[in-house]
Design a protein around this ligand. Sequence first.
Ligand SMILES: [Zn+2]
Length: 241
Amino acid sequence: MKLRETSLNLKANGQVPRELEKDTQELWREIESLGDDHGMTNLDTPLRPGAFDLSPEEKVNLIEEKFADILHILGMDLKDDSLKGTPRRVAKMYVNEIFQGLIPENKPDAKLFDNKYRYGQMLVEKDITVHSYCEHHLVPILGRAHVAYISGGKVIGLSKINRIVRYFSKRPQVQERLTEQIAAELKSALQTEDVAVYIDAEHMCVATRGVEDCSSSTVTVHYSGKFEEESYRNEFLKIIS
Ligand SMILES: [Zn+2]
């Protein structure tokens, strides 16, 4: 609503030139046509109301039932020794492993320390494993994240950076949102804007179905604060290359 309100206020004050007014209207119509559930208009993972009303155990039991239905509909014989445990195995994997980052209690607490060494240069955590899952096909996104920050007085335990990447990866994702969520969490935890996030990942939905392209990868970046300056950005890119 903010964009619409701003554009209406400006219009009421006579501050919008005619050309720009048309553009704003068009932009607003485009945003409206995306709908509320479009990932790229919101940093948060789209969750329904009451997303956490069920316990993890209840979720496993329900998903097990539904998954048995899916396999049955596909024509699989669930009485077969090899298959009979599959619905429960998949349900447990969804809730307790690959989508554990949906549960707020699993969020790592980012313990901070004083920057005793007065280290004022960038700190880069390279080659962090990314195992995420495309929310359009629920198949893996496999890649690496490189994260950098410049201390604004506090520093964070190194493994916490890996844990933050892991937490936001372990949910149905789009890579753009994953990048932004990691950056936002680091900025809020470290109380600094000087953060860079770079993710290079292969999407199994591109590699193993559809166009079946096994050689392409997707790069997403977030630069803010000092990393918007070319010199910092280039140094970061040189370090991770
Ligand atoms: Zn996909």
